[in-house]
Write a new protein. Structure first.
Length: 212
């Protein structure tokens, strides 16, 4: 791959980001952006028509995620390598990258040089996901599954309503339980999730994929 120009397809629904990436990569001697689309629906046709070596894709698009796009792209272009580009620093996104067969996961806060280096590494057959990172991720998944399983159905209901911004008294009314019972559930959620405020509980629940 180092003896030829690396063909990159960008799948990104924020045009200003896509334009910046296009300018960055086209400025490299060994890279060219062969196409730029903004949705999961457009991804497979573009990958088939443009034959990219590397697909740089925003994890969350308006009509899905790269986890949705990757299988379709792989069917029409099995040799293309995938790199997730995301604003999320979450295990949910990392698991999606791992399970979809992506070669890498890059946070959008990374320097431009890191994005370029990542594309070169992946294009040459390398991966950005190390065995150590995979092992740590799997350990956290087991911990997450244990925490999810420890929550009762009622606690999950309370947590979802907290995430919607409802105060404790409104949660009590909506569920037909007492305010004191809601407070008990919130304390239990704190103990099980290792957090000590509603905001922390909501953040943790999102990390565990308990709520959207």
């Amino acid at each position: 791959m180092t003896d030829k120009t690396i063909r990159v397809l960008i799948i990104e629904d924020h045009q200003i980001v896509a334009d910046g990436l296009t300018a960055l990569l086209n400025d490299q001697r060994d890279m060219t952006v062969v196409g730029n689309v903004g949705s999961v629906a457009e991804s497979a046709p573009a990958a088939s028509e443009l034959s990219p070596d590397v697909v740089l894709v925003d994890f969350r698009l308006n009509d899905g995620t790269d986890a949705d796009a990757a299988p379709a792209i792989r069917r029409v272009n099995p040799s293309a390598r995938h790199i997730f580009l995301t604003r999320e620093d979450s295990d949910v996104a990392r698991f999606a990258a791992l399970e979809s067969g992506a070669s890498g996961f890059i946070h959008k806060s990374k320097a431009a040089s890191e994005v370029v280096d990542a594309i070169r590494k992946v294009a040459s057959g390398g991966t950005l996901i190390t065995p150590t990172a995979i092992a740590a991720l799997l350990n956290r998944r087991r911990e997450s599954e244990s925490q999810r399983e420890s929550l009762t159905a009622r606690e999950k209901e309370v947590l979802r309503l907290m995430a919607e911004g409802l105060p404790s008294r409104e949660i009590a009314t909506k569920l037909g339980i007492s305010y004191a019972t809601v407070r008990t559930h919130i304390r239990s959620l704190g103990a099980k999730l290792g957090v000590h405020s509603k905001v922390q509980a909501i953040v943790k629940a999102r990390e565990l994929a308990l709520i959207d």
